[in-house]
Design a protein around this ligand. Structure first.
Ligand code: NAD
Length: 413
């Protein structure tokens, strides 16, 4: 099953449970626009290379398309379509006035020099400029794209339209119109949701062991926030492999190891043992936090998961077959579209601040984020009990209900 077929299956499950109008289900099962571009880039050695990029605009009933740009060698149209549909749903789960979009370029950015990466980014933006804009479609960072890349996008787009249009993209550096709190927003949003769950279920952080797959923006900051609250980190990983210690792993020491050796897999001390990424997912722990890539829990490993709670900071890390296995094992999954929605929520705050040219302090950002995440958590929980379904189904139902109302309020068919 492709990633987009997974997404369609998720939409269908929720649609069946909530008896969704068939017309709405059809609209949500098809992106509104798909753009493919070929980007010629002059490499440092004088040769010309051609890269393929995508922008998919899934639905804008609730507001401008919104979604990150991913640079990865395995990006394809299907993946970007799936991610764009999840963005529609995600923005709607948290009730912010945005739709869903996503972009990607097939590239391993680690193989490019900074100059090549900048020329690639600017070339991509020149090609998709006709379909993006501060009130049309607003990209953001995703896997392997950074605040600096967002700055290049803002600059290139502003040159094309002939005026300052930095609101065309979010996730910018602070000195170029970024929002305070955006760098930590995804993990912060996930933490607010986990805190609600923990308080409701009498969970004591000091007695709760966590494993976090992925030591990037989302994963490493989640580790920083949760270990500061007393949770015990027993395992983590990056693309090169994982590390596990029943005695607990220290965030600062892991960060230093990553900076010096390029991977947490090389971490030594605290009785740590190097393990593979596959092994990481099935180690003993209470909460498994997935913060790397999609399709990590599958029919092949879900049965061996020891955690009682899975939190999806990554998009699409649990395949539908794995979801069913976990549900049978009574493992709760807090789904991506809720758990990682903090990122897009603060991206929306960034759009508001850019439009107003007034900037908020970190405390204001975090307090507004918390209000939105807690409200969404309670709404999803309400639908979970109302429909007696999983958190994922309840989150889709919450979101689809809102998108349905927006489409019907403004039928253009
Ligand atoms: P990132 O590039 O900063 O980090 C990704 C991490 O995953 C890196 O540590 C990388 O080494 C690791 N990784 C890659 N392949 C792996 C593998 N096979 N096994 C284990 N680890 C692997 O990206 P990010 O921004 O942290 O995004 C991670 C996930 O979170 C993605 O699914 C992304 O779509 C999602 N997400 C991110 C944000 C955000 O604000 N950063 C917001 C919403 C969703």
């Amino acid at each position: 099953m492709s990633l987009f077929e997974n997404t369609l299956a998720q939409i269908k499950r929720a649609s069946d449970i909530m008896s969704l109008d068939k017309d709405i289900a059809m609209i949500l099962s098809n992106p509104m626009r798909k753009v493919e571009v070929n980007i010629p880039v002059r490499m440092d050695d004088g040769t010309l290379r051609m890269f393929t990029g995508f922008r998919v605009q899934h639905n804008n009933a609730c507001g401008p398309f919104k979604g990150g740009i991913r640079y990865h060698q395995q990006v394809d149209f299907g993946e970007v379509m799936a991610l764009s549909a999840w963005m529609t749903i995600k923005c709607s789960v948290v009730g912010i006035p945005l739709g869903g979009g996503k972009g990607g370029i097939i590239v391993n950015p680690k193989e490019l020099s900074k100059g090549e990466l900048e020329r690639l980014t600017r070339g991509y933006i020149r090609l998709i400029a006709p379909v993006i804009g501060p009130k049309t479609d607003v990209p953001a960072p995703d896997v392997n794209t950074t605040p600096e890349i967002m700055s290049w996008i803002a600059d290139e787009y502003s040159k094309i339209v002939g005026h300052d249009a930095k609101g065309v993209v979010t996730g910018k550096p602070l000195e170029n119109g970024g929002s305070k709190g955006r760098d930590k927003a995804t993990a912060m949003g996930g933490t607010y949701v986990l805190n609600e769950y923990a308080a409701e279920n009498g969970m004591n952080p000091a007695e709760t062991r966590i494993i976090v797959q992925g030591f990037g923006n989302a994963g490493s900051i989640m580790i920083e926030l949760l270990t500061a609250e007393g949770y015990k980190l027993v395992g983590t990983s990056d693309s090169q492999g994982g590390v596990y210690s029943a005695d607990g792993l220290d965030f600062a020491a892991l960060t230093q190891c990553k900076a010096e050796k390029g991977t947490v897999h090389a971490f030594e001390g605290a009785n740590a043992k190097a393990i593979t990424n596959e092994e990481l997912l099935i180690q003993d722990c209470d909460i498994l936090i997935l913060a790397a890539l999609e399709n990590q829990l599958t029919a092949g490993n879900a049965d061996q998961v020891k955690a009682k709670l899975v939190i999806e900071l990554a998009n699409g890390p649990t395949m539908p077959e794995a979801d069913e296995i976990l549900a049978k094992k009574n493992v709760l999954v807090i789904p991506d579209i809720l758990a990682n929605a903090g990122g897009v929520t603060v991206s929306w705050f960034e759009m508001l601040q850019n439009a107003d040219d007034k900037y908020w302090e970190t405390d204001e950002v975090n307090s507004k984020l918390k209000d939105i995440m807690v409200k969404a958590w309670n709404e999803v929980k309400g639908n979970k009990s109302k429909y007696n379904c999983t958190f994922r189904e309840a989150a889709f139902i919450t979101a689809i209900g809102r998108v349905e109302a927006a489409i019907k309020a403004n039928w253009k068919i």
